[in-house]
Design a protein around this ligand. Structure first.
Ligand code: HEM
Length: 250
């Protein structure tokens, strides 16, 4: 009897709040800090995002949201997805496509550059859409609540650092169907909490949320590496043409 009481107490200590929204926030706290400390997010926090970074971010996010939103649509009546299915308020795909067209022109599809890490992220989304649709909660939470939180600040920084006017190129950050992001987040959390999950499924969702952050971090790191190698190539070309000009004048 004593052991049973002790076990209960330990569980209460480990999981003081049984709401999924609280547990997921707690489980991903360290991952959030790590995501904030990626090169890309640090550039953002310094208010220094470049066009090259932002264009690659849009290409990656397009790849990710197409997969996420197709899997949510396919599973919209699944009991683990239905309560958190808000395509009118949250869908990002078309907004990202507007931005891609703004920066790359009408043939943006041919010009997009997608890091392998974004392909791996999309692959994971398609896999869980097939095998464990309730894990989509973890991915929808990570992306959409992030976009409705820190994402709002990132939108303003993008606009300012790239000198964009009239909302051109930053449709991705806007939520025309959401009048108050904070109130919407509350509604979303209460819907997450209403999803019925077995203990095993709940554990799986929490692990998947950590994985979702990890996949985002890998995309940001890959994107930053791509930007650096593009910059090195541009510098090399400038040096070559300067050397050629010098040689020509001698
Ligand atoms: C929430 C900032 C990057 C996912 C938040 C909140 C802030 C914030 C201020 C609100 C916290 C609260 O309401 O208690 C930032 C900053 C970032 C950043 C400054 C980078 C410069 C990210 C990234 C992701 C992310 C990269 C995921 C890919 C989330 C999520 C929430 C959140 C899911 C909701 C937490 C919850 O209420 O459960 N963020 N964030 N954030 N952020 Fe971030």
């Amino acid at each position: 009897m004593e052991t049973e009481n002790k076990a209960q107490t330990e569980e209460e200590v480990e999981m003081p709040n049984r709401d999924l929204s609280e547990q997921i926030k707690e489980a991903t706290k360290d991952s959030h800090v790590r995501a904030e400390n990626t090169g890309l997010m640090l550039s953002y926090q310094k208010g220094q995002v470049t066009l090259a970074q932002y264009k690659l971010l849009l290409c990656s996010l397009h790849h990710i949201y197409v997969a996420l939103e197709e899997e949510l649509d396919k599973n919209s009546s699944h009991p683990g997805v239905a309560p958190i299915y808000f395509p009118t308020e949250l869908a990002r795909r078309e907004l990202i496509e507007e931005d891609l067209e703004h920066f790359y022109g009408q043939d943006w599809r041919e010009k997009m550059v997608v890091p392998k890490a974004a392909e791996r992220y999309a692959h994971r989304l398609r896999q869980i859409g097939e095998e464990n649709p309730e894990f989509l909660i973890a991915h929808a939470y990570t992306r959409y609540l992030g976009d409705l939180s820190g994402g709002q600040v990132l939108g303003r920084i993008t606009q300012k650092s790239l000198g964009l006017k009239n909302g051109d190129g930053v449709a991705f950050f806007t939520f025309p169907g959401v009048s108050s992001p904070n109130r919407f987040k509350q509604l979303y959390r209460s819907r997450m909490n209403s999803v019925e999950l077995t203990e095993e499924q709940r554990k799986g969702v929490l692990e998947e949320a950590v994985q979702a952050f990890e996949l985002n971090i890998q995309v940001f790191d890959a994107l930053q590496d791509l930007v650096s190698s593009m910059q090195r190539e541009a510098d090399r070309q400038t040096q070559t043409s300067q050397a050629e000009q010098l040689n020509g004048t001698q």
